[in-house]
Design a binder for this molecule. Structure first.
Ligand code: ARG
Length: 266
């Protein structure tokens, strides 16, 4: 994770961002601190912090740094120049932590775990608004695994992690309206138990949740029915208010990057 010290809306690269609608600094610091507290104290997650950088207000969204597998990271190449400034900072940090940093070939965009998620031992790649579908070959060659590209069609859900939440190897929560018809068919045939949430739930960024063991940490906004389903799977649900980060188009999951010991464990 990375402290929201310089977090602000400095440009508009997704429909949630409005320069005229700035996050409150104190409030975002409090909300972020609460997320950190819940993750470390309640979910028992070990968190490492990447130092914030003045000229990189979106660096708080560490999910977009890349995709980690063991001691290697496939570093992102951001779609927008504004966020491309984060690349050398992330690269240097991971290098210093002893990671082997792998690069994407020139001219291909990839936004890390924001668009690449594992479910039931299968990798899914969201593409169109940020990452490009052709990056699936780079990922496959690196991990020796099949990657299923899913086309995103709703600008509000521009990263896969805003509309696709693997709870465990058995259950996936997703918002069907974010995907094209073919992607929905892929999800339905490859995910053992896909559970659809409504648009009303999805716009509260509920699917941008962090799963740690049997705990799900996310913004409040799940319907009673979905909450019941989550709890019936043995999950404890911790609901937060991350409203300040929604002004930039991100929530709990975007604020974290998962460093799994094994490749695909969800
Ligand atoms: N303002 C950031 C952007 O548009 C938000 C990133 C959210 N990250 C995510 N993994 N969904 O790039």
């Amino acid at each position: 994770m990375s402290r929201p010290e310089y977090f602000r809306v400095a440009y508009e690269i997704n429909p949630w961002m409005r320069i005229s609608h700035q996050p409150n600094l104190k409030k975002s610091a409090r909300q972020w601190q609460e997320l950190l507290k819940v993750l470390t104290r309640d979910a028992k997650v070990k968190v490492s912090l990447v130092p914030p950088v003045t000229s990189c207000p979106d660096l708080v969204f560490t999910a977009n740094a890349g995709f980690i597998s063991g001691r290697e990271i496939l570093a992102s190449r951001f779609r927008y120049a504004e966020r491309r400034k984060e690349e050398p900072h992330f690269r240097r940090w991971f290098n210093r932590q002893g990671y082997r940093v792998r690069n994407i070939p020139q001219g291909i965009f990839f936004e890390g775990e924001g668009d690449l998620l594992c479910h039931g031992g299968q990798l899914f790649l969201g593409y169109r608004f940020r990452s490009e579908s052709k990056v699936h070959r780079v990922i496959s060659a690196w991990l020796h695994e099949r990657v299923l590209p899913l086309e995103l069609v709703d600008k509000r859900f521009y990263h896969l992690d805003t509309c696709f939440l693997p709870l465990n190897a058995n259950t996936l929560l997703y918002y069907p309206g974010a995907f094209d018809a073919y992607a929905r068919r892929v999800i339905q045939s490859f995910a053992p138990n896909p559970v659809a949430v409504t648009e009303k739930e999805a716009v509260k960024f509920v699917l941008n949740g962090v799963v740690a063991g049997k705990t799900l940490v996310t913004n409040e906004g799940f319907s009673t029915k979905t909450k019941r389903m989550i709890r019936s799977q043995g999950f404890r649900l911790i609901e937060l208010d991350l409203s300040e980060f929604h002004k930039s188009g991100g929530s709990a999951k975007c604020l974290t990057l998962y460093a799994p010991a094994r490749r695909c464990d969800r």
